[in-house]
Write a protein that binds this ligand. Structure first.
Ligand code: SF4
Length: 457
């Protein structure tokens, strides 16, 4: 089995009042992390659970929400699979949801099958739930997970005692706690908590097991963390710009990455341009940073279709291309006869940026210089972001070895990429520039999609 690669968001809450509207709102604010499936489970003595194919706002009816009674519950949005998943087990009823990816799922499934376990669809979530249930109690189960599972997970388990929330010992995916006078919650991103008017408390620590119930947040256990490996791509692309992850605002990170690109242009002789513009939405922070450092006028050149989904989190190439076309339309008035610096987060397959450069030129742009916040993507992600093979990574088509070890190699790739996407020039941040712009120690980050180093020991 090819391991599932997933983009998803997780939410859990204990409230003094009915919680379903807060879960609905919470996962709606995480919708950017996956748009194919959504689900909610609540507890009022028994677990009630409903999952859907589709987005939160389009699928749950008022009648369904009325069925989801109780004061605590969990929710999930996903690109690949329906969650939460409910189990009748010797631990009682539990419902489980997670964000991440289990790299050794196939091996674990085979080993468990050999001991008599049956699997419905061989999904990651089944592996997780069965390891927990087999251990006999939730905390031992989560400890076993950390021993057996190779991969990334931010996980919630809804039980009669409360919601157990944990993050793998490397802290790959974000997970943050928030509260107010009557509610305690955990979320993949802080924006869900902020928009539900809760105060941010702190990040769940890598390897921490927190129980959330009427007594608030209680750390049940702190597992040893050999090192941190926060996904660096979260700050550049995946997370929403209004979130804060492990102490760093996403907006600040993107501004710094944009400034770093401008700094490089200035050091390499300067770039004469009329305007700097983003590829919305995730290019906005980068373009603002570029503008701040270069003092080139910031100007939107695309109108964002708010009814389209993110092209990167679509589940097939065809869907991504369809979506990329629907997503942005050119503001011709802003573009005609202009030399444009166009900022984006990354070039994965090159689908979107190629269309956008051509669209700008068709609309009369004199020059389009593409500036990319992330270093060239050379390796697929194993830990939960939907790049699945080397063949899907445009930069890898040119640099077959994957390793860029000098500025001249980076420049060589940039010149080739410019020809591929019809741009007048392309520049990326190098890995060193990227890390320095984030301001997080390199050893605390996962940079595997750029340097190929899998941080798991
Ligand atoms: S491989 Fe890339 S996308 Fe995946 S967790 Fe590491 S940095 Fe994030």
């Amino acid at each position: 089995m090819k391991s599932v690669q997933d983009n998803c968001g997780v939410f859990g809450i204990y409230s003094n009042f009915a919680c379903v509207q807060d879960i609905y709102g919470g996962i709606d604010f995480l919708q950017h992390r996956g748009q194919e499936y959504c689900g909610i489970a609540t507890f009022d003595g028994i677990i009630h659970q409903i999952t859907h194919y589709g987005k939160v706002g389009n699928t749950f009816t008022d009648a369904e929400l009325r069925l989801l009674t109780g004061t605590m519950g969990i929710g999930h949005v996903s690109l690949w699979e329906r969650q939460p998943v409910m189990w009748q087990s010797r631990l009682g009823e539990i419902s489980v949801a997670f964000s991440g990816n289990i790299i050794n799922a196939s091996e674990l499934i085979e080993e468990m099958k050999s001991r008599g376990h049956a699997f419905y669809r061989s999904q990651n979530i089944e592996v997780i739930a069965k390891i927990i249930i087999e251990a006999g109690d939730i905390i031992s189960g989560i400890c076993d997970l950390s021993q057996k599972v190779v991969g990334a997970y931010s996980l919630v388990v809804l039980t009669k005692e409360g919601i157990y929330a944990t993050r793998d010992v490397y802290g790959f995916r974000p997970f943050i706690l928030g509260k107010d006078a009557r509610r305690y919650a955990v979320s993949s991103e802080s924006r869900a908590l902020q928009n539900l008017e809760m105060d941010i408390v702190r990040d769940v620590r890598p390897g921490e097991i927190v129980l959330i119930n009427e007594r608030g947040f209680q750390t049940q256990k702190q597992l040893d963390s050999p090192r941190r490996a926060h996904c660096a791509f979260e700050w550049a692309y995946t997370a929403s710009i209004d979130s804060i992850i492990d102490g760093l605002f996403v907006q600040e990170a993107r501004n710094n990455l944009g400034q770093s690109l401008a700094q490089r242009d200035m050091e390499e002789g300067g770039l004469e341009a009329d305007i700097v513009a983003p590829v919305p939405m995730s290019g906005i922070g980068h373009a603002l940073g570029y503008h701040k450092r270069s003092q080139i006028t910031y100007q939107d050149v695309f109108l964002y279709n708010r009814y389209a989904d993110r092209s990167y989190t679509q589940s097939s190439q065809q869907a991504r291309e369809r979506m990329a076309k629907r997503k942005l339309s050119v503001l011709r008035y802003a573009v005609e006869n202009k030399k444009i610096v166009l900022c984006d987060d990354s070039i994965v397959r090159g689908t979107q940026i190629l269309h956008k450069v051509r669209d700008l030129k068709k609309a009369g742009a004199k020059e389009v210089h593409v500036r990319i916040a992330c270093p060239p993507l050379m390796y697929p992600c194993d830990f939960g972001v939907s790049t699945r093979s080397y063949g899907e990574l445009a930069a890898r088509q040119y640099f077959k070895s994957g390793d860029i070890t000098s500025l001249s190699q980076l420049q060589e790739l940039e010149a080739w990429m410019a020809t591929q996407i019809d741009a007048d020039s392309v520049k990326y941040n190098s890995i060193d520039q990227f890390v320095s712009a984030l301001g997080i120690p390199r050893g605390d980050l996962c940079l595997k999609c750029w340097d190929g180093v899998r941080p798991i020991m």
